[in-house]
Design a protein around this ligand. Structure first.
Ligand code: S3P
Length: 479
């Protein structure tokens, strides 16, 4: 019920959303905290999990399909789009910029009629991006290269997240920004259509920063280049090419890549199929992997080599995970993940692997808590800049559930005994969907149930999580 009263961007895509009341900020925060109180969830220990399910659409690809459709001329269709709150926030922002974004629910089809590179119009109101860092960072690249002023804001989590990482390169290209301290949201973007091309070496391994610069480069004369010392997910490069952009990708001596986009391409509308999200599939995969006797298949999961670090790590831990029916879908490799449960062993996860599993450390920490031996996870500084400070959130959740571990500035060491952890704790999710889902998975494998204080953020990336997990034999319910 409360859901329907909360201020939302107003997408047509979800029943009940979009007829929300635009509350003043203090009232909105109060309503959100009421919603949190009513969204406490608990997971109870279960035996084995079994079944065949389909993961929801990939979040990264869903944002990009809508954005690139908006930057193209003509019509784009998207099947398999993730209809989570983050992607709906992107859809609403693109509508505010003049794109037509519609949803044919029965056909499971989204349509975008774009405005073309540089053809967006000034949004009449503040762009409300909810919890979505990908919306904020990628849209910053698009908005910076338009000759008008726009303002982005979001929920308490997004308003805490660092934006300086996109502000810095986009300022070099010619845009101006006015934000809160450290360039945080609400952020005003004073754009220009006279951007200058740059060559920029990424100081952090971030696909969002890379994508923001490449998107700004689309509406910039000449060649804009990003050098990424550590490879990050390459969905932007793959999909932009599919829409007709000209990109050059070359290896850099000593490791990494040099990615150049040629300005002012004519992007053409395309038909896109979005595969399932490996970051969402991860919760069912780990749940099955740590419950001996489990046999679960998650169909149609994207297995882009730059996204599968978790699966490689779980295999190193002794998990039985087969990639079946490997194929290509919409320019991305896809497979059905077949998992059999057992007892995992602790391992060391090298820092170089972090970019390929950056969203998966909360659920890996749960696998480590259930494993036998010590798991060392290194190179985790970026986890502090996610929807919550994920290192701190994971550590607090492990402590609340009797899991021995040590947290450093950029690493996490978890000591598993191979026996079920104690459980019995209440975990603070801090508006972080992956913290909520990870600890609900822990509660399937502990001696006592595990509760999370607020399950509502799960809808940002994985609507239907509870039903999907319960369909496999989990016991997750309102507390
Ligand atoms: C994303 C990149 C990653 C990831 C996020 C989605 C993307 O963020 O954590 O969930 O779609 O490009 P960073 O680029 O900040 O690492």
């Amino acid at each position: 019920m409360l859901e329907h009263l909360i201020f939302r961007p107003g997408p047509a895509g979800k029943k009940g959303r979009g007829r929300g009341v635009a509350f003043s900020p203090p009232l909105r925060e109060a309503v959100l905290s009421l919603r949190a109180q009513s969204a406490k969830l608990v997971a109870r220990p279960v035996g084995r999990l079994q079944g065949r399910v389909r993961a929801p659409g990939d979040k990264s690809l869903s944002h990009r399909a809508l954005m690139f459709g908006a930057l193209a001329l003509g019509g784009t269709t998207v099947r398999g789009l993730l209809e989570g709150e983050d992607v709906l926030a992107t859809a609403a922002a693109l509508r505010a910029l003049g794109a037509e974004v519609t949803h044919e629910r029965d056909a499971g089809l989204w349509r975008v009629r774009g405005f073309g590179v540089g053809g967006g119009r000034e949004p009449a109101d503040v762009l409300e991006l909810g919890n979505s860092g990908t919306s904020a960072r990628l849209l910053a690249g698009i908005l910076a290269s338009h000759p008008f002023t726009s303002v982005m804001t979001g929920d308490a989590s997004l308003r805490r997240r660092p934006m300086q990482r996109v502000i810095e390169p986009l300022t070099r290209m010619g845009a101006c920004f006015e934000g809160r301290e450290g360039g945080r949201l609400p952020l005003a973007i004073i754009g220009t259509d006279e951007m200058v091309p740059i060559e920029y070496r990424l100081p952090v391994a971030s696909a969002q920063v890379k994508s923001a610069i490449l998107l700004a480069g689309l509406n910039t004369a000449g060649e804009t280049t990003v050098i990424e010392p550590e490879p990050t997910r390459d969905h932007t490069e793959r999909m932009l090419r599919h829409f007709g952009a000209e990109l050059r990708v070359a290896p850099v001596e000593g490791g990494g890549k040099r990615i150049t986009v040629i300005g002012w391409p004519e992007l053409k509308g395309r038909d896109i199929v979005v595969p399932g999200d490996p970051s969402s599939a991860a919760f069912a995969v780990v749940a099955a992997a740590v419950r001996p006797g489990s046999d679960v298949t998650i169909e149609n999961v994207g297995v882009n080599p730059l996204r599968v670090g978790l699966y490689q790590t779980l295999r190193d831990m002794g998990a039985d995970i087969a990639f079946e029916n490997a194929r290509e879908l919409g320019g991305e490799p896809v497979a059905d993940l077949h998992v059999k449960g057992g007892v995992l062993q602790g391992v060391e996860v090298p820092a170089e692997r972090a970019p390929s599993m950056i969203d998966e450390y909360p659920i890996l920490a749960i696998a480590a808590a259930c494993a036998k031996g010590t798991t060392r996870m290194l190179g985790l500084a970026e986890l502090r800049a996610k929807e919550s400070d994920r290192l701190a959130s994971v550590s607090a959740g492990l402590s609340a559930n009797g899991v021995k571990h040590e947290m450093g500035a950029a690493d996490l060491v978890v000591h598993g005994t191979g026996a079920p952890p104690a459980g019995g704790g209440l975990v603070a999710t801090h508006l972080d969907h992956r913290i909520a889902m990870a600890f609900l998975v822990l509660g399937l494998a502990t001696r006592e149930p595990v509760a999370v204080d607020d399950g509502s953020p799960i809808d940002t990336s994985f609507p239907g999580f509870t039903q999907l997990m319960n369909g496999l034999g989990a016991r997750i319910e309102a507390a």
